[in-house]
Design a protein. Sequence first.
Length: 387
Amino acid sequence: MKKIIATVAAIVLALGMTGNAFAQKKAVNAALKSINSGKLDAGVENIEAAIENPETMSLSNTWVVRGDVYTAVASNPFFAKRYENPADKALESYQKAMELDPSDKMRTILALKLPNLAGAFYDLGTEAFSAGDFAAATVDFEKSLAVTVLMGEPDSASMFNIALCAANDNQLEKAAEYYGALVAAAYPMMGIYNGLADVYVRMDRKDEVAPLMDLLVERFVTDSTAYVTAVGILLNIGDNEHSEVVLAKAVEKWPTDPFLYLAMGVAYENSKQAEKAEEAYKKALELNPEYPEAIYNLGAFYVNQGIDIQNQARNLPLDATAEYDALSAQANTLFQQSIPYLEKIVEAQPNNVDALNTLRGIYIQLNQMDKANEIKARVDALTGVAE
């Protein structure tokens, strides 16, 4: 009799366990249905109950559904604000599912679901970046990358964004790591070389910049912009000798490209090599006399050089009259040299208010007031402002 009672009790217990397991699997299914119905709060409640129950907590499908629910929550602006870090919970859930079932079948299942989660993290990173929160953006893009790694397809765009945000947040080691990984993978984007060079300089690793620039021009050998970029970066770190080597290669490949010389002029001007800048701008105009950017840049170059000398004169002691007069004459000579180029620009672009104002300022500096007043009238007519 005791055996019969024990057997009956066992049956009852087994039925109870089966019923409980069924109830929890039903909760998982209900959570899954909540995604389509939009009742995500109910979905969260059901799936959280399921992962606490011993009967369903060790089932990979439970964690897949939990990932689905929290991905839906993270993608819904209303629900995303009600739950803490839903995208993180989704990622944790999918990782747990893979841990419980590391089969190819599970990987295939997740491959269909994970892009949405990767996109959710990517959007969070973009939002944080736009708000200037580079630390948060770095973390979000790292999570987006983690999702794509789980998919077996690491996302290069996320890697670039991690490097960019980390550099902006002064996480230089991390920035160098991700930029370096992209360079090692020969990712076809010139910006990674600029970014890594900047990080190297900030980390006091300038000796690594020149080899990086050599690699840049080697990989983008048919793009003159790569050579211009390399020369500019090398000039900025004071490696004039190596920049000349790269420049010589560029000139050999594109001897008649005015853009190349225009860009060289900008690079030389930025690195305070005035004579070479002037020479490069003039070469660009020799190749294309109507090149508007070169015309404007050469005119602006003379203006800027004149202003620099004028400032030197103004900083002299009051009794340095002769030196002041000499510097003022030099400045006026440069201002005079700018006029033909600025006049040509305003002739070609009569509505260019910036160019008109620059030209007017030069006329005033040289005491050519009739011309200055004429320009003022043109600017007033364009802007609708009368002084």
